[in-house]
Ligand binder design. Structure first.
Ligand code: ATP
Length: 361
């Protein structure tokens, strides 16, 4: 178990700055997921922690500065996207390898490998070679090889990327269970927001080498700190509509719509909005859809296309010049061009400063 404290971490590759002043603390036994699009700097961050890259800033593990330690001295286990198993060795030999390198005696190695293999449910596969295993089994062997020596900290770089969808979902649940069973600190990197939402204790969102928000999955989803986080987390992504604050009428107004503001929202907005542009954000599940307009506040909009997904239907609506995605029931049916009515949930929208991207509500 280990705490990890990253302070003012910056990384340059020549003139290109890949990481900008990242500070992040990971608690003992925490499952922290670094989430961001491709090129965000996730692997570079992990490589700095592992001791594989020179960098600016300090990294402490359990309160001790580790900047000057070699990768081996850091006692971290790195699990990569590619499993990199030895093809000619059996599962037992693959998993035993890190312990042989540490000169453990044979009986102790065998006990330890069997113990971890049981935990990962691969104890029936110990005599097979990697080519005789499924992708998910290979992934578990790679994890097992990292786990046998009880590292203080696991660094995992998109370890589930190469698995098919079904296996990935299965491994997500297994990894989460494993992490809580081992009570070991996990620092895990992915560009898959579902993976992050479903497994992490906290998510750190990274974009272009800049940390955007560090928070619980619930808060990242319900209270995104800025436009980037709001747009990156959630599928389909949040709808964004330009709007302005009409203080006299106490509404947020777009080109063809307006949303009334509650007293506490007005209080929060006071002093925050200086006449600049705003972006109204509303998630597809927070837009209601109705063929008629039962009361005030419903806006006529045209169906552009429907996407039936089995458990729900995504409806693309055209509202004035803007398209708005709505999450509807699976049995929802409409044809392109139909006029329906939409209503934004007046308690579940988000508001961002258009110039800075920061959340203002
Ligand atoms: P992905 O999800 O695609 O793996 P990532 O978030 O892990 O992306 P990094 O691999 O950390 O991103 O790369 C961050 C940035 O640094 C990218 O723009 C990349 O091109 C650049 N970069 C990474 N390694 C090097 C290197 N050795 N030399 C120059 N630039 C590099």
């Amino acid at each position: 178990m280990a705490t990890l404290e990253i302070s003012n971490l910056s990384k340059h590759f020549g003139r290109f700055q890949a990481l900008h002043d990242i500070s992040l603390t990971i608690a003992d036994g925490e499952f922290l997921i670094l989430l961001g699009p491709t090129g965000a700097g996730k692997t570079t961050t992990l490589r700095c922690v592992a001791g594989l890259e020179k960098h600016e800033g300090t990294i402490h593990m359990d309160g001790r500065a580790i900047n000057s330690l070699t990768p081996a001295e850091r006692d971290v286990a790195f699990v990569f996207q590619s499993y990199a198993l030895y093809p000619r060795k059996t599962v037992m030999q693959n998993m035993a390898f890190p312990l042989e390198a540490r000169q453990w005696d044979k009986a102790r190695i065998e006990n330890r490998v069997r113990e971890i293999a049981r935990l990962l449910a691969i104890d029936g596969l110990l005599n097979r070679r990697p080519a005789e295993l499924s992708g998910g089994q290979q992934q578990r062997v790679a994890l097992g090889r990292a786990m046998v020596r009880q590292p203080h900290l696991f660094l995992m770089d998109e370890p589930l990327t190469n698995l098919d969808f079904v296996l990935r979902v299965e491994m997500r649940a297994e990894l989460k269970r494993l992490q809580s069973e081992l009570a070991t600190t996990f620092f895990y990197v992915t560009n898959d927001q579902v993976e992050a939402m479903s497994m992490a204790d906290r998510i750190a969102v990274l974009n272009e080498g800049v940390l955007q928000q560090v928070d619980t999955p619930e808060n990242v989803y319900d209270h995104p700190a800025n436009l980037f986080v709001a747009g990156f987390v959630g599928s389909p992504r949040m709808n964004f509509l330009d709007c302005r604050y009409d203080e006299g009428a106490r509404v947020l107004a777009g080109d063809t719509w307006h949303v009334p503001l509650q007293a506490e929202q007005l209080d929060q907005l006071r002093g925050q909005v200086n006449g600049g542009g705003l972006v109204f954000g509303i998630r597809p599940e927070d837009v209601d859809l109705n063929p008629a307009a039962p009361d005030n506040g419903w806006l006529p909009a045209q169906v552009y296309v429907t996407e039936p997904l089995g458990d729900r239907t995504i409806v693309d609506m055209q509202l004035g010049d803007t398209s708005v995605k709505v999450k509807a029931d699976p049995e929802f049916a409409a044809s392109s061009g139909d006029t329906l009515h939409v209503r934004f949930d007046a308690r579940r929208f988000h508001l961002f400063d258009k110039a800075t991207g920061e959340a203002v509500l």
